[in-house]
Design a protein around this ligand. Sequence first.
Ligand code: UN1
Length: 502
Amino acid sequence: MDAQDILTALGLEPSHLGTGDHAVTSPIDGSVLARLSLAGPEDTDAAVERAHAAFLKWRTVPPPRRGDLVRLLGEELRANKGALGRLVSMEAGKILSEGLGEVQEMIDICDFAVGLSRQLYGLTIASERPGHRMSETWHPLGAVGVITAFNFPVAVWSWNTCVALVCGDPVVWKPSEKTPLTALACQALLRRAVQRFGAADVPDGLLEVVIGGPDVGERLVDSPLLPLISVTGSIPMGKKVAPRVAARMGRSILELGGNNGAIVAPSADLDLALRSIVFAAAGTCGQRCTTLRRLIVHEDIHAEVVERLHRAYRSLPVGNTLDAGTLVGPLYDESAFERMQAALERARADGGTVTGGERVTEGVPEGGVYVRPAVAEMPDQTEIVRQETFAPILYVLKYREFDQALALHNGVPQGLSSAIYTTDLRESELFLSAAGSDAGIANVNIGPSGAEIGGAFGGEKETGGGRESGSDAWKAYMRRQTQTVNYGRELPLAQGVKFDID
Ligand code: UN1
């Protein structure tokens, strides 16, 4: 199946995708997949207004009925998993199994959101006044601005959108301008679900896709018609977005950079740990926000772990992501390669020993940027180790005492995901305790990446504090109302206050 066949299967008309100024390229070989026109500020404002108008209608549709639409979207995704997964691989450059895994993540969140559509529970609260009833209920919030990154071009949209839709909120989506085709495919699949749902019951504007650059993002960030902005991206970007949304008293969900660490304790099952570490650090060519970037290894097993890592890294199949057997695909582009090389240079200057990291040119498609994932043994957690470089670099540090490992682990500005490999119950429990990992996600004998949708996804510190996807993350997409009803004939005031007129 080539790109044109896939787009057609997903309900897009390839002839409409060839006329704009913005070239969409595949990181696999740099080939142009489509040429699109970018939206400007006026188009964005119009999309927001349509979404707001849709909100005024969609909020009155009963939540389980809203869930029906998400169920139908899930059916479309199941039926088109192969095509969409392949398009994700072509557009974002991840291996096919991960492209398909990303679509599976979408299917899973659809199922979750359908269940949620019957579980948007409030509370009944004991009132201090006789003849009064107090409750807390959750109402739709408004249209939500969703800004996503190239590396998970569709799953992160679905976490937000499936939950937002059952909560009664339309979505205005700005995908990365690197990956607009998968966004248009999602929009087309939702359109099919709407047809089956009964188009008359769905307001126009339930999902608006605006493909554009930072000016479009800024327009969303500043729009008072979008009470919630959910953004995935870099920490510098989040630091610009958060105060702007706050300045208009909007809410934001920030899912920013991670710099995820894992501790390898002497009791670890090293066969399991090694497999897990290599997937977490080199998988997706190091381009997940949950990628493992810092490995903190006990000194007794440090030499063995490093030696086994080198062996595994040397034989990692780097190549075309669409070929069966490839485990490491391309970096997104040349500037990602330059950032990787600059980071490795700094690691060397800090006294690190770097293995791998060089460009791969043999057996890979021309026009793509391929690298051998790197291992950098570091004498210390230097400044470069404390930064997120979006590339497959695994910094390896050494520890002697467990407290020291924890301090190293937590000694970075980011706090997304974390892991420990140990079979010592005391260590694993300490790692999960209040005095342990300070990240939003903490795993034992599992790498930091590849989280399931059922948990709340997000992290602390400069990762931004937002939570998306499962658990009670839905509450951010609704407004809470405390309601009190007086069904008596008296008017007792709270706190026993007296205010009698006659
Ligand atoms: C991201 O990289 O932005 O936990 C999201 C994971 C995936 C999601 C990553 N489920 O690795």
